[in-house]
Design a protein around this ligand. Structure first.
Ligand code: CUA
Length: 346
């Protein structure tokens, strides 16, 4: 197994882990880092505004307190020739005590109000009738994205249309978990929302510019929590329509890879994966109907190439130690045939 090198970026409160090999470091280098200070969606804007305000208030307090402290330490330090007597002792001062009680109470009250306003704006937003509905299911360790109104299911890469403020089309996400608690977090689009077993949480995003936005599971969920990455691909409207059309199509049936398809259908792959149009109808793992339309593999841990697919099937733990996908122990020829089949699933 090749040593996996993690480059961890601590940027603006965001940790985005990149794999040094498996091709992801280079693939992600063209995507802007996931910073909460570069919002492109209303909930993220609201949170950013609040964060700047709180930072400004706390910075002002820090500067005033440390300034006064520094001034006192220097101005009233012990000097040669001091007679050693105590300074005048003052017991109780109503104005001073009132000031140091009232001012902090006022500051805390203002912080409570602005925080409540932000929470209200984000959580009380009504779902417009034309909003896109997505059901997000957290799994150990990948993301399932279902579009119930469109009949589309995909994994790890959430596709949504751009939401122009003139013609908004936000995506409302219903978050659920298939196993343990996970956290949905795409810093440039929205704050964190947890995915809790037996509970449905809701959040929404209205990305105002096209592009790719990186995200990360933000709730510890087991061995591969750090590699439960996701990305949101925001399309211009026409491109979005095309994406939906392609995703709704059944899986490609290329007769030249019939042997590989037979390998797929005759092994336990089918009990965990769906390929629409075949007998594969398992729901435990990602839907593979349009596997090759995804840029990444194993929840953002590897670039989705034939070589990485082969490695992933031969030894799932090579890319993600602890992965719940079992190794099928296929013979070399079967493995090659299987990969040849999978790469036709565009
Ligand atoms: Cu899923 Cu951490």
């Amino acid at each position: 197994m090749k040593p996996t090198v993690f480059r961890v970026y601590f940027l603006a409160g965001t940790v985005q882990a990149f794999a040094g090999d498996w091709g992801m470091g280079q693939a992600n280098s063209r995507i802007p880092p996931a910073s909460i200070f570069r919002p492109v969606s209303t909930p993220a804007h609201e949170i950013n505004t609040l964060a700047i305000f709180v930072l400004a208030v706390t910075t002002a307090i820090f500067v005033i307190v440390s300034g006064l402290l520094t001034y006192s330490v220097i101005r009233f330090r012990s000097r040669r020739g001091d007679d050693g007597s105590e300074p005048p002792q003052i017991y109780g001062s109503a104005p001073v005590e009132f000031a140091w009680t009232a001012v902090p109470v006022l500051i805390v009250f203002v912080l409570i109000l602005v925080t409540a306003r932000t929470i209200y704006t984000v959580q009380a937003a009504r779902r417009p009738p034309h909003a896109l509905a997505v059901r997000v299911v957290g799994h150990q360790w990948w993301w399932e994205f279902q579009y119930p109104e469109l009949g589309v299911v995909t994994a790890n890469e959430l596709h949504v249309p751009v939401s122009d403020p003139q013609d908004p089309m936000p995506a409302f996400l219903e978050l659920e978990s298939a196993d343990v608690a996970h956290g949905f977090w795409v810093p440039r689009l929205a704050g964190k929302t947890d995915l809790i077993p037996n509970k449905t949480n809701v959040t929404w995003i209205d990305p105002q510019e096209p592009g790719i936005f990186l995200g990360q599971c933000a709730e510890f969920c087991g061995t591969q929590h750090a590699f439960m990455l996701l990305r949101v691909v925001v399309h211009p409207r026409d491109e979005w329509e095309r994406w939906v059309t392609t995703q709704r199509e059944p899986a490609a049936q290329d007769p030249s890879v019939a042997t590989g398809r037979q390998v797929f259908e005759s092994t336990a792959c089918v009990s965990c994966h769906v390929v629409r149009g075949t007998g594969a109808a398992g729901r435990f793992g990602p839907d593979l109907t349009h596997l090759m339309s995804r840029e990444t593999l194993a929840a953002g841990a590897a670039l989705n190439t034939a070589q990485n697919l082969k490695t992933r099937i031969r030894d799932p733990a090579a890319i993600k130690p602890g992965a719940l996908m079992p190794a099928m122990n296929l013979g070399a020829q079967d493995l090659d045939d299987l990969v040849a089949y999978l790469v036709t699933l565009r």
